[in-house]
Design a protein around this ligand. Sequence first.
Ligand code: GLU
Length: 479
Amino acid sequence: MSVRTRFAPSPTGFLHVGGLRTALYNYLFAKKHNGQFILRIEDTDQTRIVPGAVENLIETLKWAGIEFDEGPIKGGPYGPYIQSQRLELYHKHALELIEKGHAYYCFCTPERLEKMRQEQIKSGQAPKYDGTCRRLTPEEVKKKLDEGIPKTIRMKIPEWGEITFNDLIRGDVTINFKVLDDQIILKSDGFPTYHLAVVVDDHYMKISHVIRGEEWLPSTPKHILLYEYLNWEKPQFAHLPLLLNPDRTKLSKRQGDVAVEDYRAKGYLPEAVVNFIALLGWNPGDEREFFTIEELIKEFSLERVNKAGAIFDIKKLNWMNSHYIKNYDLDKLTQLAIPFLKEKGYDVSNFQKVKIIVEAVRTHLEYLAQIVDYVDVFFNDEIRLENGEAQEMLNLSTTKIVFEKFINKIENLDTEIDREKFKQIAKEIQSETGIKGKNLFMPIRIALTGKTHGPELPLLVEFFGKEKIKQRIGKFLKV
Ligand code: GLU
């Protein structure tokens, strides 16, 4: 059997981190088994549609490196991949269910249903459709249809008994029919509900494994019944553990960002986010923590997905992201950092210079948006001594010697100064004057930045270049 998985989000306008995990696990599982990963848009709730949401979803998945094989825009053999474009198919099967006696028309008004619900709640019952229309005679149904009374279609849940299904993560799950409602499968606006659409689509799209969040576990018995009613082969199911806040409540916006786009906008690296998300509920069985997406494909298995909820720990994400930032390709990192600098009005016209900045400060960053807190020293032309220590260092008798030698040596360079040349010059000054360590380096740093600490000096020197160094050091030589 060929493996086909799908990610089936509703187009709400952003991708929840839990959604990214679902997409990732589906992707990893499909790729591990040389199968296909499908993106399907579940937009049957037309009140929740957000313009541009599909494009945004596709873009965010692409950012994360999760490529789908079939889906909207891209197409594929089982399209369309947007549910609102597949209405006929759902109608056809809703009617088939009625014909087979597994579903029925419901003419109850929303007002009646609401009243019923309130009464049930008041008397301590779990709200559930009372079956009024299930008991209508064929003649009564025909009459109401002829009168054009608004209607929905409900599936019939057997009146007694229970259903057991196997979940690849949870094992056997048994649910008593008593707790299931005669679910509406086709709404009065002609749109299917999720339950019918998901079954029809998973069937027609030949989905072999349904891997989704735990919140859908209670719906699965209804889906299984629909497969049985329609005489279709069932896929295998795997329900992923909930994502939790550190206080073990369900992951919510109140305790931090939940949209992948928010992390992207703050300058989290896609590789880090994917690595972190992969470990939310899955583990490799040993102590390893860093994985490329290719390694994840190789290692992933549903057997190693936990049943227990997984804590979304932003501290761990920050730690992981800073590790990726430290080791990232410098050109790529610089490209990603530029928008943050630009937004603050810094001059980013010289890529090579910006690259030096990024190299110099990247060890401080948990995410790229923080870069603006560390770059002042590169852009500030007004040097102000930050403290008494800075002044004391400049007052040392050795400082003047260091400055004169340094200026003299850079003037004699026939190229621009870079970090290696600076190291060479420093060595020469040391051997010619005997001045070394703090007394050699700190005054240069102070003259260039006004500060006693900061980014690595060779990088600062390379960044400023001969002219600026001469100017800044020259200023202190004069006084
Ligand atoms: N449309 C559902 C969601 O938004 C998909 C559930 C499923 O994967 O079956 O999460």
